[in-house]
Write a protein that binds this ligand. Structure first.
Ligand SMILES: [Zn+2]
Length: 430
């Protein structure tokens, strides 16, 4: 794989992006069979997946052959890592060669070698980031991969990256103003928060700021919000589809802003989540990912739980990879809130560790352009200090699940039925 990092005179970050369809098929199939061979020889969990399915590595030669293997989901990864700590048998390099270990909620430990993930940059390149850009990266820089990976990818495009991390809206605004920031990396809702806050403290965003482009992931970009950024504030927007466990951004928008091109470093299948069978263009199914160039961490058919579909029509930008259309929903009991998964079991662990609580239900809604999480709880013991309980619960929940509860509602006994969904998603995407 050849990646040149900066100074390209043309629009594409690497040659893979413009491969003819047949060459891509060959490239992906070869990459897949090499990945499966390597995984089988080096990652005990991968060997077990194949052995259990009664499939030898030589039988996986094309993307279609992947149907012979089961899907591994986040919940499986959590269990596998508990059973075989720390990596669940998916580490495929000597442990001393791991550069960094990320944590995603679960917890899931993800060992990474930086050299293995440089392709990431093409998503930022396609969004127009270049040398001369000054970019605030507002993703978190600890535990989760987003902060550091996006930072390095911005550098690979030649841009100056400012490691801001999440929160601190007013410091972000001051920094954007003082350093004449031209790029934003984060969630759409956080950029809108920044713009609105800047207005409240007396700035005229269009006049006083130099923000030209924004790159989003972790949250759906609604068309109304996109329109506001582009038309009201003249910010060019691009989004990418990123999944933490298989190693980051797997699909990215070009300037057509009509679907996200699949990266050639992953095999991406859209499957029926019940059967694991592959679906064709336009059919909605679960996004299943097999990284083929990540030698450190050999996941095979990682089921993201996200539902989407793909299109094969040629794109006017010149990139030849198929495009993933918007993520339309979730399959599993893990649900994405403000870019983070809240896993039902983990939420349960956090909430039910408080003795006075008998039942709970989490309701995910949207307020303005932001996910809002409400926790409804029923008490066994009404005499408890509610304010203190809410404070402690919020802290414990955030420590464990890493997403903040927006509101805790104490509801009457019996109002949450015995057989209920622990997490209810009421979000509507315009
Ligand atoms: Zn395109």
């Amino acid at each position: 794989m050849a990646i040149e990092s900066t100074g390209k005179p043309y629009e594409f970050f690497d040659e893979l992006e413009i491969m003819p369809a047949e060459a891509r098929q060959t490239y992906l199939n070869q990459g897949l069979s090499q990945a499966i061979d390597h995984a089988y020889r080096n990652a005990p969990a991968a060997k077990e997946i194949l052995d259990r399915a009664g499939v030898s590595p030589v039988e996986i030669r094309t993307i279609r052959d992947l149907e012979k293997l089961p899907i591994t989901r986040k919940t499986d990864l959590i269990e596998l890592q508990k059973a075989k700590p720390p990596y669940g048998g998916f580490l495929a390099i000597p442990p001393e060669d791991v550069d960094r270990v990320f944590l995603s909620p679960g917890p899931v430990y993800e060992p990474i070698q930086y050299a293995g993930i440089q392709w990431f940059a093409k998503s930022f390149w396609a969004a127009g980031f270049r040398k001369g850009d000054i970019v605030i990266n507002t993703f978190t820089y600890h535990m989760s991969p987003a902060g550091i990976l996006f930072h390095e990818a911005l550098r690979d495009c030649g841009a100056t990256a400012i490691p801001m991390g999440i929160g601190n809206t007013e410091i972000q605004i001051q920094t954007m103003y003082d350093l004449k920031v031209t790029g934003f990396v984060g969630t759409p809702s956080f950029l809108m928060t920044i713009i609105e806050r800047a207005g409240e403290i007396g700035y005229d965003f269009r006049r006083d700021f130099t923000l030209k482009r924004a790159w989003f992931t972790g949250e759906m970009l609604s068309s109304s919000l996109r329109q506001a950024f582009e038309e009201d504030y003249e910010i060019n927007t691009a989004q990418a589809y990123a999944v933490t466990e298989p190693g980051g951004a797997i699909a990215y928008e070009c300037r057509q802003k009509s679907g996200m091109h699949l990266m050639d470093e992953y095999i991406v299948e859209i499957v029926d989540p019940e059967t694991g069978k592959q679906l064709g263009p336009g059919e909605i199914g679960e996004v299943v990912v097999t990284p083929i160039h990540n030698k450190a961490w050999r996941l095979i058919r990682f089921g993201t739980g996200d539902m989407s579909s793909y299109i094969t029509e040629p794109c006017p930008c010149g990139r030849t990879a198929n495009r993933l259309v918007a993520i339309v929903g979730r399959t599993s009991d893990a649900i994405k809130v403000r870019g983070m998964f809240v896993v039902v079991k983990q939420a349960e662990q956090a909430v039910l560790s408080f003795e006075p609580i008998s039942q709970f239900q989490i309701v995910i809604g949207r307020k303005g352009q932001r996910d809002e999480m409400t926790l409804k709880i029923e008490l066994k013991d009404e005499s408890v200090d509610r304010k203190k309980l809410a404070g402690d619960l919020n802290k414990r929940f955030q420590d464990l699940c890493r997403v903040k509860i927006d509101r805790i509602e104490f509801v009457d006994k019996g109002s949450i039925p015995e057989e209920h969904q622990k997490i209810v998603d009421e979000r509507i995407w315009e």
